[in-house]
Write a protein that binds this ligand. Structure first.
Ligand code: DGJ
Length: 703
């Protein structure tokens, strides 16, 4: 018995595991609907269930391969033996997706586990999650509560591509080779973290350009353009997490699974309660890294409420111009300059509230500082709106300063373990958002701000990890889970109540970016690093898994942090604009320090950006070369227009062999007479003319 879930260009197929012990992966990819269920060769040490590519299963159901669920009942019973407990259903969702539900249970333990798998014809991603229900009369501890796994066929092992980094160095590519053993990445910081993005690419090794689909009997698929088949797996979760890539010797596949971190937290299910695990998404692509990126972007388009400019305006943010010195008259002068260069929203960052003149105080006291903004936020917002812009505000609602009225009133609201001294990072503590009274207070505070003032852009920041997480209450070590679920509920409530408000997610840069955040916000701030060449490298990594329409990027006057004294000198204003135009353009420089000519130049780039924005935000993305090369470019292809953004070191040249064009169609570079076919642009390429000394923007129209 098999079930077929259609994706855009193939199928994901599952079958019943032996003895009804769950589901087994049968096929994945084009023509997978013809695949036959795998049969495992067993030994006296390895039962069939031990070896098969099971969908999510439990320790106790099998023991050789990793298990997604590790549970323990209060009386000490550990593990679960899962078996199908009802009808497996395959339904068509209202939006055209296909949804499989498989009810499993361990009746001795009293645990119900419903596996969910979902696909959609608009993309090639397979989503998996599980619902756990404690039907027993005792507490069940979930030591590992992961809802899905992908068995990536890799008989010769695999190369694993990761995006890792640190503050200001997010989305840096790393590579690991996995022949045998477990590769584990994650975060114990209560947020997704700067250290690893929760997404991996698995490139099976030694397949000679062809690869077997999981569990198929000899079904092979032709390789993609660079001879490889790639598998991407991403976790949609924003608290502490872990992803494990398990290559058991001779297993012929790498098992990839992930969920809430099973080292720093335990989830507790009281009798009669349950939980739904985060979604694990997997995608199989025959092609190169940009084909995989596009497969992710197609999926991410279904997570976004829109991709249009209404939720991603050109931002002016005054943070770098003023830091904590926020004064109304100064902000309005900056706003005038921002309107002059064409900003669509003016965002007042940190420092607008009572007592917040340094990073040492006042987080939690979300009342406007009437000494520095005497009329309050209302007149400031009106002043901004009179200039033709929307008004935006920065908040860090999960944080509290020890020196704040909020902390003095509610010290117990900070994440803490009774009796253990609290430690500050950036002079602040984090609120335990998982406490219902804190969640209510945070939502109430944001609701009040958004109701009292016409704010249509909210930058939600988060500036430290939650190192003091923990509680002394029973089940207290699920703090990260509770905090994260409350964060989602507050974002969901804000979106429902204030749909006109754009929400930008920030965590000291890119500390909390994942598919769950993408589904609830409009733009994300990938990094605090705005030095243009470093930023280009960060954006290169970002675009490999995440979409341009979420990638907030500002033009500033700041140098690169990694190599501020590089011999090719500072990047030009044009270079900085073209870097920021690659996503959602913003400006963060002190505009009052720019002369009239610079501001006019900036205005012309904002105009140019508005012209290319629809293609940048919805077109197909191809990266040509990498920022470490002497020259590189990013191509965005829409139905009628192609946009190429290019950057170089002094003297380097670049011929961009355009991709994704219709070979028979004819294209003209805007401003030129010559017309060339898509085929010619793909084979001979486009020589970048370098309109500005170190960068260029080329537009091609289909004629
Ligand atoms: C970190 C953010 O990434 C910056 O853009 C700025 O908002 C500061 N926090 C403010 O404290």
């Amino acid at each position: 018995m098999t079930w077929i879930l259609p994706t855009r260009s193939g199928q994901y197929v599952v079958g019943l595991a032996p003895r009804g012990a769950g589901l087994v992966a049968v096929g994945w990819g084009p023509d997978a609907d013809g695949a036959v269920p795998p049969v495992a060769a067993t030994s006296s040490f390895e039962a069939d269930l031990d070896l098969l590519p099971l969908e999510a299963t439990a320790l106790g159901t099998r023991n050789v391969h990793g298990a997604e669920l590790v549970v323990r009942r209060a009386d000490g019973v550990r593990g679960a033996r899962l078996a199908v407990s009802g009808k497996v259903t395959l339904t068509r969702d209202d939006d055209g997706g296909t949804h499989l539900e498989c009810p499993l249970a361990d009746d001795v333990l009293g645990l119900g586990v419903t596996l969910h798998i979902r696909t959609h014809p608009d993309h090639d991603v397979v989503e998996k999650w599980a619902r756990l229900d404690n039907r027993s009369a005792q507490t069940v501890e979930v030591l590992r509560g992961w809802g899905g796994a992908f068995a990536v066929p890799a008989p010769g092992g695999a190369r694993v591509d990761l995006l890792g980094g640190a503050w200001s160095r997010e989305f840096t590519p790393f590579e690991a080779s996995l022949g045998a053993g477990t590769l584990s990445i994650g975060s114990r910081q209560g947020i997704t973290s700067h250290t690893y993005a929760p997404v991996v690419t698995v490139v099976p090794a030694g397949t000679g350009g062809v690869v077997r689909s999981a569990g198929t009997d000899g079904g092979v698929h032709p390789a993609g353009t660079d001879g490889a088949v790639r598998f991407g797996v991403a976790l949609a979760y924003s608290g502490s997490w872990r992803m494990a890539l398990d290559a058991v010797p001779f297993a012929d596949h790498v098992r990839v699974s992930a969920g809430p971190d099973d080292e720093s937290g335990i989830l507790t299910l009281a009798p009669g309660t349950g939980l739904t695990t985060p979604v694990l998404a997997g995608v199989r692509v025959e092609g190169d890294a940009d084909d995989l990126a596009q497969a992710w972007h197609d999926y991410e388009a279904t997570l976004a409420r829109t991709r249009g400019p209404e939720h991603r305006p050109v931002v002016y943010n005054s943070w770098f111009a003023t830091t904590f010195d926020v004064r109304v008259e100064h902000q309005l002068r900056l706003a005038e300059a921002a309107a002059q260069v064409g900003a669509e929203v003016f965002v007042v960052d940190d420092g607008w509230f009572r007592g917040r003149t340094t990073d040492r105080a006042a987080l939690g006291d979300w009342e406007v500082d009437t000494d520095r903004i005497p009329g309050g936020l209302g007149p400031l917002a009106e002043g901004v709106k009179r200039l033709g812009m929307r008004f935006g505000l920065w908040v860090e609602p999960e944080a509290v300063s020890p020196d704040s009225d909020l902390y003095r009133a509610h010290p117990e609201w900070a994440h803490h373990v009774d009796g253990r001294p609290l430690e500050t990072l950036r002079h602040q503590y984090m609120l335990d958002l998982g406490r219902p009274e804190v969640e209510e207070w945070v939502l109430g505070t944001l609701r009040r701000l958004l109701t009292d003032t016409d704010i249509s852009y909210l930058k939600w920041d988060m500036n430290r990890s939650i190192a003091d997480g923990g509680r002394t209450a029973p089940g207290g070590d699920d703090w990260s889970w509770r905090h994260t679920q409350a964060y989602y509920r507050v974002l969901d409530a804000l979106r429902a109540e204030f749909p006109h408000v754009t929400v930008e997610a920030c965590a000291g840069g890119g500390g909390r970016i994942d598919h769950a955040v993408l589904a609830r916000t409009d733009v994300v701030w990938p990094s605090d690093e705005t030095g243009p060449r470093d930023r280009l490298a960060i954006q290169h990594g970002f675009l490999g898994v995440l979409p341009a329409w979420t990638m907030s990027s500002w033009v500033t006057d700041l140098p690169d942090q990694l190599d501020p004294d590089r011999e090719d000198g500072p990047a030009s204003l044009e270079f900085r604009f073209v870097v920021a135009m690659a996503g959602v353009l913003g400006i963060g420089a002190d505009l009052l320090a720019w002369d009239d000519a610079t501001r006019e130049r900036a205005a012309s780039f904002v105009d140019l950006y508005r012209t290319v924005r629809p293609v940048v935000h919805t077109g197909r993305v191809r990266r040509h070369g990498a920022p470490a090369d002497p020259a590189c470019a990013v191509q965005y292809t829409g139905p009628d227009t192609v946009v190429v953004l290019a950057w170089r070191r002094p003297g380097a040249g670049l011929t961009v062999r355009l991709r994704d064009l219709d070979p028979d169609a004819r294209y003209r570079v805007r401003g030129e007479d010559e017309v060339r076919t898509g085929a010619a642009l793909a084979t001979d390429g486009l020589d970048v003319a370098w309109t500005w000394q170190d960068c260029d923007v080329v537009l091609l129209d289909r004629v």
